[in-house]
Design a protein around this ligand. Structure first.
Ligand code: UD1
Length: 415
């Protein structure tokens, strides 16, 4: 396993943001529904994307991935997705429904535990049952068999789960009659998935609101589609530039997807200038602490919580960050404390007392965003930081070393 060697730096310059991982994954899963030629553009070259492509090949699709474009052909033939692929990435579970729609059945391993807390799939299963599937769980596998769907089905999610909304919306796209998802997640990635499916001939409306209505169609066509920009990658670089006291443009993004982040950065003392498809961030000067509620979209994203904690660690005063999406997503804090941060966790709330400096040491990433946060910590800390468990970051940040270096950051990937 490799690691990143990061030195104290001020990030300056421009960074071009890649296609969204969390859009590309459900879109790739949804390609199961069409047997025509599909071209998906602006797909980031990441470990998670490679895993999804491996799954699609395993179940019978022909897939070529070159220059950020995935070209797909053929029909799925195999209904089994083994554990060694599902365990790498939770989003793999989202192939279960579409696969069973096409082949009449599917068998997908249950995703394992996860470093950011227990992430069950009970809402997915509840929804699939409502859509008429028979679901059996045994020996760590979920077996799904297509049954009879009622003409109109209403699925009310207990919590606006991103994965469950995407999985059920995709599954219902080719199922006869109407399906309504209530208390749906409203994340921009869900709108992107709706746009993709509709571009193939699906009839889905409401994505981006709490209620999504799907009118089943008989088949989907082929065509090409461009994945939206990655708002979490964009937010990570914006926070990194601001935290190091540098300035620069975050380019080729949709600024509205991060309104809450721009507000928080401004309120804490960073200058933010929003343009049409780029944002200028200037982090010069002192920062003030703030309280943040981590919530589903349009609230502050849980996927930027570890990174903003690093930023707040060096801000004046006390900040409270309440995590309402993944209650236990705080494993990065122990490592930040080892670097000199003053953070305590009480009942799902991180209480941050701003400190004057962090100092570099050897730290270990526990998950994707936590590891990105530790790299930011390495950039702001005095001396050198070694961020171990490099593979986490490679799951979700395309060309991270090149991008940070382009911003004048000192980082080396030691493998
Ligand atoms: C997606 C994102 C992930 C992000 C998360 C929240 C992808 C590939 N991943 O993950 O980066 O951190 O949204 O924005 O898009 N839950 C249940 N039962 C379920 C499903 C979810 O209890 O069946 C709970 C989870 O444990 C969690 C909350 O609901 O506490 C939200 O999870 P969810 O929105 O489903 O996250 P993911 O789709 O896994």
């Amino acid at each position: 396993m490799g690691y990143f060697k990061v030195k104290n730096s001020i990030l300056n310059g421009n960074v071009r943001i890649s296609g969204a991982k969390n859009s590309a994954l459900p879109i790739l899963a949804a390609t199961i529904l069409s047997s025509e030629k599909l071209e998906i553009e602006n797909v980031p070259d990441l470990l998670d994307v490679q895993t999804m492509i491996e799954i699609l090949r395993k179940i019978g699709k022909e897939v070529i991935f070159e220059n950020n474009k995935v070209t797909l052909n053929g029909t799925v033939e195999n209904h089994v997705v083994p554990y060694d692929l599902v365990r790498k990435m939770r989003a793999s579970f989202n192939v279960a429904g579409p696969l069973a729609v096409i082949l009449g059945e599917s068998k997908v391993s249950l995703p394992g535990g996860c470093a950011i807390g227990v992430r069950p799939v009970d809402y997915h299963i509840m929804g699939l049952k409502k859509l008429g599937f028979e679901v059996e769980i045994a020996h760590g596998e979920v077996y799904i068999k297509k049954g009879k769907k009622e003409k109109e089905v209403i699925i009310n999610l207990p919590f606006p789960s991103v994965g469950a909304t995407e999985h059920l919306m995709t599954t219902a796209a080719l199922m006869e009659g109407i399906t309504v998802i209530e208390n749906a997640a409203m994340e921009p990635e869900i709108v992107d998935l709706q746009n993709f499916l509709n571009s193939l001939g699906a009839k889905i409306q409401g994505a981006g609101s709490r209620k999504i209505v799907i009118e089943g169609v008989k088949s989907l066509n082929g065509r090409s589609y461009k994945v939206m920009p990655d708002r979490i990658e964009a937010g990570t670089y914006a926070i990194a530039i601001a935290a190091t006291g540098g300035k620069g443009y975050i380019e080729e993004i949709i600024p509205e997807h991060l309104e809450i982040l721009w507000e928080i950065l401004k309120e804490t003392g960073t200058n933010v200038t929003i343009e049409k498809n780029r944002v200028f961030v200037d982090g010069k000067g002192k920062k003030r602490g703030i309280n943040i509620n981590i919530q589903p979209y349009p609230g502050f994203p849980t996927d930027l919580q570890p990174q903003i904690l690093v930023y707040l660690s060096l801000a004046d005063g006390v900040s409270m960050v309440v995590e309402n999406v993944f209650k236990n997503r705080f494993h990065h804090i122990d490592e930040l404390v080892r670097m000199g941060a003053d953070i305590r966790v009480v009942d799902g709330t991180a209480i941050v007392n701003g400190v004057k400096k962090l100092s570099g040491t050897k730290v270990e990433g526990t998950d994707l965003r936590a590891t990105a946060a530790l790299i930011i910590a390495g950039l702001v800390a005095e001396g050198t930081t070694e961020v171990h468990n490099d593979f986490h970051v490679l799951r979700g940040y395309e060309n991270i070393v090149e991008k940070i270096r382009h911003l004048n950051g000192e980082i080396e990937h030691i493998v």
